[in-house]
Design a protein around this ligand. Structure first.
Ligand code: ADQ
Length: 529
């Protein structure tokens, strides 16, 4: 269930800024179709946007988007049942290359995931990133000015690190917060960027009133970076906040989740039940087990590391050949970047090599699927599985792990989960692995295969109970309630200030010693908390 908006947000609309749009017009020879990107974010935020009649600002990336957008960049959505506004910002190919493929995906993405061998900085990409952040910030500021109430601006992710500070200057007094979907690196990694870029990036994010991460560790990394690289800013590590001259930034841990009910329903549907029967007959007959993994083909997901562990397992334990089949769903993404196209080739070659080495006349060890599959098909794959391998080298949260748990209605599956995911810090019941340790990883797969049904059921029940207590809607409510509390405290501060000023005007007193809020020796962080 979508939560009600907490007070005082019930009188405010939301303006969301994200790179991906909630509705995309795609044109081909057969006509134009409206597509909603798969993923938790749109399904969580769309109902809230419909209720608050807000505005969603995003990159108009669909091939037929321009023809379906008004001259002011706006259109009512959902197209079939308009309830809120989508404001599209159109980008030139050079802008996409510099801002998106360049600085966001070739510099920030690898740095935040601590995978510095993929890090590439180009001054030109950085200039584009700044310019594109400014274009989006202007579109959001325009929407704030058009709004009839005092909207809340919610920025999504690492594509827009600079927009919060820009917005603060463009529309002073507006409440701005940001959710950072990926990890945040410690200072020793962030400093691989040129120092001017580090400074701009951190000050951009410091423009928020609230900055949300998946885990407290990422939040602390951010504050450590601020302490080290912005010495003029007072940081309170204990209360997780930073004091700027004109506002306080709070940071916090808000682990994202999934629409649990939706996944449970999809997994239990009659179509899914039929599919599960087919999968199990094909891959898990005569005492065999079915292992699965589902990822975008991304070097952060540890797909070659997973294949290496499987190869080692079947080499060291030939008795496990024919005992389980591994269905690897890995859909190409960001293929325009060389690191991603190389990875695609590597994964295909590794899967072929493993199959050549270990296959038998009636058994193929790895079934590699490279098409994107829809949520219903994903759900049936997860329900059918006896084990799921999540081996990210680093991952902000990893929603696949949560989707697998939600779909395990028959409670037979074991989750083998990388300890370097946000999910591993939250979920209790998985077999944790270090994907860099190929021997340990192979041993964990062996342990999962041998786990008795009773233990599997007990672990899965525990994880399912935890997940039901922390859905995507709980995540949304926790964030909006925190915003409401900050706004409440701000309003009560303003009222006390007014009352004090009125009293002082009636009864002038001798001047009191004043505490300078910007003095780093005496940071006054409490005022707006
Ligand atoms: P991602 O890196 O995309 O997300 P993840 O959290 O696993 O990673 O979410 C991926 C989503 O896409 C899941 O819903 C999954 O089912 C789906 N998906 C993945 N591969 C697929 C495939 N081959 N076919 C069909 N569907 C597929 C970023 C961060 C994560 C963080 C999320 C949310 O990198 O750490 O959990 O944002 O904040």
């Amino acid at each position: 269930m979508t939560p009600d908006l907490p007070r005082p947000l019930d009188r405010r609309s939301l303006i969301i800024l994200s790179n991906r749009e909630p509705y995309e017009h795609i044109g081909d020879a057969s006509g134009v179709a409206v597509r909603t990107p798969a993923g938790g974010l749109v399904s969580a935020l769309d109902p809230t946007m419909r209720r608050t009649a807000g505005v969603w600002v995003a990159w108009g990336s669909g091939s037929a988007d321009r023809e379906h957008t008004g001259a002011d960049g706006r259109l009512p959505v959902p197209p079939a049942e308009p309830a809120y506004t989508l404001r599209r910002v159109f980008l030139e190919p050079r802008e996409v290359e510099g801002y998106y493929q360049g600085f966001a995906n070739s510099a920030l993405w690898p740095l935040c995931h601590l995978l510095i061998q993929h890090f590439e900085f180009r001054a030109e990409h950085w200039e584009r990133y700044k310019a594109v952040n400014e274009r989006f910030a202007r579109a959001v500021a325009d929407e704030v000015r058009r709004s009839r109430d005092e909207p809340l601006v919610w920025v999504q992710d690492y594509h827009f690190a600079l927009a919060p500070q820009m917005l603060r200057a463009m529309v002073p007094g507006t409440f701005i917060h940001q959710f950072w979907h990926i990890p945040f690196p410690p200072p020793d990694i962030l400093r691989l960027l040129p120092s001017g870029t580090v400074d701009s990036l951190l000050r951009g994010m410091l423009g928020n009133d609230l900055l949300e991460f998946h885990t407290e560790r990422y939040a602390r990394n951010f504050l450590d970076c601020v302490s080290q690289f912005c010495p003029d800013i007072a940081v309170d590590e204990r209360r997780l906040c930073a004091q700027l001259t004109d506002h306080t930034l709070q940071v916090g841990a808000f682990p994202i989740s999934i629409d649990v009910e939706m996944y449970e329903t999809l997994a239990a549907s009659p179509t899914s039940t039929t599919r599960v029967g087919t999968w199990r007959e094909r891959y898990a007959g005569s005492g065999r087990q079915l292992g699965v993994s589902v990822d975008r083909l991304d070097y952060t997901k540890g797909i070659p590391e997973r294949l290496r562990a499987l190869d080692l397992l079947w080499t060291r334990h030939p008795e496990l050949r024919e005992k389980f089949t591994m269905l690897v769903v890995a859909t190409p993404s960001r293929s325009d970047l060389p690191a991603y196209s190389r990875l695609e080739e590597e994964v295909v070659a590794m899967a072929l090599g493993i199959n050549e080495r270990h296959r038998t006349p009636d058994w193929t060890p790895i079934v590699l699927v490279t098409q994107s599959i829809d949520a219903e098909l994903v759900s049936s794959v997860f329900r059918a599985a006896d084990l799921c391998l999540v081996s990210s080298l680093q991952d902000g949260m990893n929603l696949v792990a949560k989707e697998f748990i939600a779909c395990q209605t028959e409670e037979r599956g074991v989750l083998v989960l990388s300890r370097f995911t946000g999910a591993a810090e939250e979920i209790d019941g998985a077999l944790l692995i270090n994907p860099f340790n190929v021997d340990g990883f192979a041993m964990a797969i062996r342990e999962a295969l041998a786990m008795p049904p009773g233990e599997r059921r007990e672990r899965m029940r525990r994880m399912r109970a935890q997940l039901r207590e922390a859905t995507i809607f709980d995540w949304l409510e926790a964030i909006l309630s925190r915003c409401a509390r900050i706004l409440d405290a701000r309003a009560s501060d303003a009222r006390s200030r007014e009352a004090r000023d009125a009293r002082d005007a009636r009864e002038p007193r001798a001047p009191r010693a004043r505490t300078d809020r910007t003095d780093p020796e005496h940071p006054s962080l409490g005022a707006s908390l």
